[in-house]
Design a protein around this ligand. Structure first.
Ligand code: ADP
Ligand code: GLC
Length: 482
C-alpha cells in the first residue's frame, strides 16, 4: 500500500483546545491513521492555547495582506501531534472559546477567521509547504468548508478532498457582501458554488465541491438526507448521495482507559468491577450527593443545548429519582438549562448534584462512578460519551438516533438472552419512551448479575479508533483512484 499524506483541517483539537467531540476526533485520528500508513499533519488556527502548546516551531511562510493583517504559517509539534499553525494575531489572538466572544455571541469576523483557515489549507494543498504535499485534504465541519472551493479556483494538480460533517446544525452562513473580502470571485456565487439561500454557505460549499462527504455514523448519514434531518442541506446531500458515507467515531483508548485513568479515585478493569464503588463514592462526595452505595446513580456529561434533549431529564426527574436514585450532571452551555438543573439540585438536596463548566477530570469521574449515563439527544451525529460510558462500565441510556442507534445495543429480551446487550435505547424522543427506558434500566439494575453482564459486554466492545481509521484510510485511497 502506498503511504499517504493527509492534511487535516480543524478549528479545535484535543488536548489543546476543545468545545466538543470534534476536538476529540481531530486529536485521536492522526495516531490511529499512522498505523494505516497515513501521515497526518493537522492545520489549526493559532489561538493562544495552540501557540503555547507548539514546540520546535519554524516558519514555513509569511503572508502579508492576509485577511486584514499579516500572518505566518508555522509548523511544529504538540505532544504527539504534528501541526501547521496559522499565527495571525488579528484573527486568533483572543481569549476563551474559539468561536465566541466573552459576551457569548459569535465573533463578528468569524467568516474571515475561518475562511483564513480554509485558504491556508488550500495553499498547503497547492504546495506552500514543500516538505509536505498532501494527497488528500480532510476538512472538518463548516469552519473548513471553503477548502474545496478555494482549491477549485487553482489551475493544475490539486489534492483530493474529504468533507466531514460532525454536526449539520452548524453551517457557517454569512452575508453575501463578504464574497470579495473572502477572496471568492463573483462566479462562485451560484447554486453550484457557495450560494446558500442568498448567503455564503461555508458547509454548503464544502459539500458541493468535496470529492467525498462523510459524517460520523451510518445512521446520521441517512438522517441528513431527509427533510427532517438535513436542516436545509438534505437536497444537496441526496443529489450527492453516491459520495456520502458514515464512519463511526472511536475514542482514544489511551485517554479513556479505566485501568490507568489518573482522574479516577480507583482504577479498575472488567475483572475488578467491584472496586469501582470507590469512584461512585468519590463522585457523590464531589457533587454533594448522599454517600449511599446502594442507590442507582445516573450521570450526564454534556453540552447543555437543545440538541442533547436534557429537558427530558428535567421533565422526568421525579420518576428518575424514585427509590432514592441520584443524578450527577456535568455540563455547560444554555443558561436556562443550567438554571433549571441548579433549581433541581436545590429541590432535591443530596439527590441531584451538578457542576456547570468544563472539567475534563470530572468527566472521567462521572464515567467511572455513575451506574448509568443518560444521553437523550434529539439528534446525535455520533456521540462520544456513550462510548466512554461503555468502556467505563456505566450503562448508556440513549435515544435511538444517529450514532447512538449505531453504537448501543438495547437490552431487550432477545439481546439479553443472547448476551450482546450494552445499554438501553428509546424511541421516539419523548418523555414517555425515555421514562420507559430508565425504568427498564432501574429494574435490571436490581439484578446484579444481569447488570454485570451488560457492563462486561460494553467493556469488551471495540470502541477504539482502529476500525474507523482503516475505513478513513480506505476512503482516502478510494478518492485517489477515481
Ligand atoms: P458534542 O461534540 O456534540 O458535544 P460528543 O459526545 O461527541 O458531543 O463529545 C462531547 C465531548 O465533550 C466528550 O469528550 C465529553 O466527555 C466532553 N464534554 C462534554 N461536556 C463536558 C464538560 N462539561 N466538561 C468536560 N468534558 C465535557
Ligand atoms: C459533533 C456531534 C457529536 C459527534 C462529534 C464528533 O459535535 O454533535 O455527535 O460525536 O461532533 O464527531
Amino acid at each position: 500500500m502506498r503511504p499517504l499524506n493527509v492534511l487535516s483541517v480543524t478549528s479545535e483539537i484535543f488536548p489543546i483546545i476543545k468545545t466538543g467531540g470534534l476536538a476529540d476526533v481531530a486529536g485521536a485520528l492522526p495516531s490511529a491513521l499512522a498505523l494505516e500508513d497515513v501521515t497526518v499533519i493537522t492545520l489549526v488556527p493559532g489561538y493562544p492555547a495552540v501557540l503555547k502548546a507548539l514546540e520546535g516551531s519554524r516558519v514555513v511562510h509569511h503572508y502579508s495582506g492576509f485577511f486584514g493583517g499579516t500572518a505566518s504559517l508555522l509548523s511544529g509539534r504538540a505532544g504527539d501531534l504534528d501541526l501547521f499553525v496559522i499565527d495571525a494575531p488579528h484573527l486568533y489572538d483572543r481569549p476563551g472559546s474559539p468561536y465566541l466572544a466573552p459576551d457569548g455571541q459569535d465573533w463578528p469576523d468569524n467568516a474571515r477567521r475561518f475562511a483564513a483557515l480554509a485558504r491556508t489549507a488550500a495553499d498547503i494543498g497547492l504546495g506552500l509547504a514543500p516538505g509536505f504535499v498532501p494527497d488528500v485534504i480532510h476538512a472538518h465541519d463548516w469552519q473548513a468548508g471553503l477548502v474545496p472551493i478555494y482549491l477549485s479556483l487553482a489551475e493544475g494538480p490539486r489534492p483530493a478532498t474529504v468533507m466531514t460533517i460532525h454536526n449539520i446544525a452548524f453551517q457557517g452562513a454569512f452575508p453575501a457582501y463578504l464574497l470579495f473580502e473572502l477572496g471568492l470571485p463573483a462566479s462562485t456565487f451560484t447554486i453550484d458554488g457557495v450560494e446558500y439561500y442568498g448567503q455564503i454557505g461555508f458547509l454548503k460549499a464544502g459539500l458541493q465541491h468535496a470529492d467525498r462527504i462523510t459524517t460520523v455514523s451510518p445512521t446520521y448519514a441517512k438522517e441528513i438526507q431527509t427533510l427532517g434531518g438535513g436542516m436545509g442541506l438534505d437536497g444537496l446531500l441526496r443529489v450527492r448521495s453516491g459520495v456520502v458515507s458514515g464512519i463511526l467515531n472511536g475514542i482514544d483508548d489511551k485517554v479513556w482507559d479505566p485501568e490507568t485513568d489518573t482522574y479516577l479515585e480507583q482504577t479498575y478493569n472488567r475483572d475488578t468491577l467491584n472496586t469501582r464503588i470507590a469512584n461512585k463514592t468519590a463522585l457523590q462526595r464531589r457533587l454533594g450527593l448522599s454517600q449511599n452505595p446502594d442507590v442507582l446513580l445516573f450521570g450526564v456529561v454534556s453540552r447543555l443545548s437543545e440538541q442533547k434533549g436534557l429537558d427530558l431529564v428535567l421533565a422526568g426527574l421525579t420518576r428518575l429519582l424514585a427509590d432514592g436514585a441520584q443524578l450527577a450532571l456535568l455540563g455547560s452551555g444554555d443558561r436556562i438549562l443550567e438554571d433549571s438543573f441548579q433549581a433541581a439540585s436545590i429541590a432535591h438536596p443530596g439527590q441531584v448534584g451538578c457542576f456547570f463548566g468544563y472539567d475534563e477530570g470530572l468527566a472521567h469521574l462521572v464515567q467511572g462512578g455513575s451506574d448509568a449515563l443518560l444521553v437523550p439527544s434529539r439528534f446525535e451525529p455520533c456521540g462520544l460519551t456513550q462510548l466512554c460510558a461503555m468502556r467505563y462500565g456505566s450503562i448508556p441510556i440513549v435515544s435511538r438516533v444517529g450514532g447512538l442507534a449505531d453504537t448501543v445495543i438495547d437490552a431487550n429480551e432477545m439481546a439479553i438472552a443472547t448476551g450482546v446487550a450494552t445499554g438501553f435505547q428509546f424511541a421516539p424522543v419523548s418523555l414517555s419512551s425515555f421514562t420507559d427506558a430508565f425504568q427498564r434500566a432501574t429494574k435490571l439494575w436490581r439484578d446484579t448479575e444481569a447488570w454485570r453482564r451488560l457492563q462486561h459486554n460494553g467493556m469488551s466492545a471495540d470502541v477504539s479508533w482502529r476500525r474507523p481509521a482503516k475505513q478513513y484510510a480506505a476512503l482516502y485511497r478510494s478518492c485517489l483512484s477515481t
